[in-house]
Design a protein. Structure first.
Length: 136
């Protein structure tokens, strides 16, 4: 497992993006809105590890609810693995609770992800992901 990114929940993506881009001088890799999840995401490169800023776009989205309950701050950490499916099967065998029954394709099909419930990890939401390489 390799640390891939740290997800940070923010109230105002534009303002926080300026901090990371203009003051901390991190390179912006892209901005993406995921309508069905009610989230807007900005991804930065921080020397190999990435920083993922997440802003809820609807009051009932997971990020909006997180901020309402706990305030802005670190939301999850994400590890990259070679095969998210087999890793998740091992997690289930080890008794961990996962968010999705099967890893889910996101980011236009370029990544396959799942989350370990913080109840299983001492309070930290852990994402595991595999980058999907297109064969075309
Ligand atoms: Zn993430």
């Amino acid at each position: 497992m390799k640390l891939h990114h740290i997800g940070i929940a923010v109230k105002d993506l534009d303002t926080t993006m300026k901090l990371y881009r203009d003051v901390l001088k991190l390179r912006l890799l892209g901005v993406e809105e995921v309508e069905e999840e009610g989230v807007k995401i900005a991804m930065f490169d921080a020397g190999g590890v990435r920083i993922e800023l997440l802003m809820g776009t609807k009051p009932d989205s997971a990020i909006s609810k997180f901020i309402e309950k706990r305030g802005e701050g670190i939301h999850h950490i994400a590890f990259q693995v070679d095969d998210v499916d087999s890793v998740c099967n091992e997690f289930v065998k080890a008794g961990l609770q996962l968010t999705y029954p099967q890893p889910k394709l996101v980011a236009g099909g370029s990544r396959k992800i799942n989350f370990i419930n913080p109840k299983s990890t001492g309070g930290v939401l852990i994402e595991v992901l595999t980058e999907v390489r297109s064969s075309e």
